[in-house]
Design a protein. Structure first.
Length: 499
């Protein structure tokens, strides 16, 4: 009997909506199946108590949603609004356990709609998708379609609220027949969230925009618990507030309010997050230890007049135009990786500045540099066909220096380009959002001066620059680490501006 799985009556519920956001979208259909002591039990072949209704969302239903559910604007035109049926629905749900597939979604929409109607809403909740994952960990998929196929269930109205709610009941019946009521009850009890938990999670997240920024989760006394940041503040909050992690459980138990700080882009959000962590020392957030910046080595090609390759460590610009290839954490790793790359493409190590020239080998220095005289004749590497002999100028039948340079630059272009951030002078990195709001993050060499919204505010940063220059302000390497990491992240739109 599935009624015995819960200590109180339960309602199996499914919603259809105009989209995925409880803040922006609305419910278009509600379907529920009631189970409990004294009610018909589907496990005994009895028809359960059901209830369903279309809902007028007060907004157009997107074509994609209509195609999926079959519910269109004409069907809901004369349906009641949620506010008109909220009191009746609240009575049906009162005192029950809410069971839904991906319950956070359904709970979030119900909470938002009841809040708009001025009705308090808090129920213990169970996610049937999580229940399936715990009961059947050997299976990779646990959506409703997977459950229907795996357990041989029947659904005549897939993607309609009552039809999907009935599938949840059929799954519980199948699980009890397969594993026994005791096992299913044990797992269901462990997964049932106390009343109010999903509400608090979604309520805090719903206060945040689906846009870049950072936010501070605070306890009831106002103290900082955690500072989050990301391309979507709301998504980051939902990721943090998960019962599956110790951090998530601690935040769920203590978080009472959230303070958002929007930014046009993720760089500004990450820099602000670092600043707020330093300022508030949040209770559940470990501060990043101050440590030296990661070294970055790459192979540099200097054009005319130098025309040479050299392995260099990243640093302030020398003023000479260079193309740099590869990004390695230290010199030894760079030499090893580049030597293997050169052998793969049959390139000349001395001409890449990765091996000593003949003259250096003879004078015993062994310092790698761009060769002036080339390799010995015959060249051992060419004899082993590890290169095409470009290190032996004017040798008949072997590769010319010009041909080798063309091949080398073409091959090296496949390596990642390092991002030089520690530049001489003052440089800004600008982010602009879809509404045209921009923010300029200003660095003086490797030092972060601050962020401003327009060029007129740049003068405000001069005082900080002077403090860094005279040593009265201790520089922080963390902003440069953030900048270096994000400039290497594909897809971010960060404009570099020389100031």
């Amino acid at each position: 009997m599935i009624a015995a799985l819960f200590d109180r009556p339960a309602v199996l519920l499914d919603l259809e909506t105009t989209g995925a956001s409880p803040a922006r979208d609305r419910i278009t259909e509600i379907g529920l199946v009631e189970i409990g002591h004294g009610l018909p039990d589907p496990a005994l072949g009895e028809d359960p108590v059901t209830w369903s209704t279309l809902v007028q969302p007060g907004m157009p239903i997107p074509p994609f949603i209509s195609g999926l559910t079959g519910i269109d604007d004409d069907m809901v035109a004369t349906a009641p609004r949620f506010a008109d049926l909220a009191a009746d629905l609240a009575r049906r749900l009162e005192g029950k356990v809410l069971v839904a597939h991906n319950v956070r979604f359904d709970y979030g929409f119900l909470r938002a709609e009841f809040e708009r109607a001025g009705i308090a809403f808090a129920l213990p909740a169970l996610c049937s998708a999580k229940l399936s994952r715990k009961l059947y960990p050997q299976h990779p998929r646990h959506n409703l379609d997977a459950l229907i196929a795996r357990h041989g269930l029947h659904c005549s109205e897939r993607h309609r609220a009552l039809g999907d709610a009935r599938v949840i009941g059929d799954f519980l019946v199948a699980a009890v027949a397969d594993l026994g009521a005791g096992r299913v009850r044990e797992v269901a009890s462990a997964l049932t969230a106390p009343a109010g938990t999903p509400r608090e999670t979604v309520a805090l997240a719903d206060e945040l925009a689906d846009a870049p920024g950072c936010f501070v989760l605070r306890a009831a006394d106002g103290s900082a618990l955690y500072v989050g940041a990301g391309a979507s503040m709301r998504s980051e909050a939902l990721r943090l507030l998960q019962k599956s992690s110790p951090l998530g459980r601690a935040l769920l138990a203590e978080a009472a309010t959230v303070d958002p700080e929007p930014h046009p882009g993720v760089l500004g959000a990450a820099l602000a997050q670092s600043r707020l962590i330093e300022r508030f020392a949040p209770r559940h957030q470990r501060r990043v230890a101050s440590e030296p910046l990661r070294e970055s080595w790459s192979l540099a090609w200097s054009g005319a007049p130098a025309r040479r390759f050299a392995l260099r460590e990243a640093g302030p610009s020398t003023g000479v135009r260079e193309d740099r290839f590869g990004d390695f954490p230290d010199e030894q790793t760079a030499r090893r990786a580049l030597a293997a790359f050169a052998r793969e493409h049959r390139l000349c190590l001395p001409r890449l500045g990765l091996a000593p020239t003949d003259a250096q080998a003879r004078d015993g220095t062994g310092r790698p540099a761009a060769p002036a005289s080339g390799c010995a004749t015959p060249c051992a590497a060419a004899a082993r066909r590890e290169c095409l002999g470009a290190g032996q100028p004017h040798a008949p039948g072997l590769e010319t220096e010009a041909a080798h340079l063309g091949r080398a630059l073409t091959a090296l272009a496949r390596l990642p380009r390092p991002t030089p951030t520690a530049t001489q002078g003052r440089v800004g990195f600008r982010e602009t959002d879809v509404d045209g709001r921009s923010e300029l993050h200003v660095f003086e060499g490797p030092h972060y001066l601050g962020s401003v919204e327009d060029a007129d505010a740049l003068a405000e940063l001069d005082a900080r620059a002077r403090e860094l220059a005279d040593g009265s302000l201790q520089p922080d390497p963390q902003p440069l680490r953030i900048l270096t990491r994000l400039l290497k992240t594909p897809g971010l739109r960060i404009e570099r501006i020389r100031l």
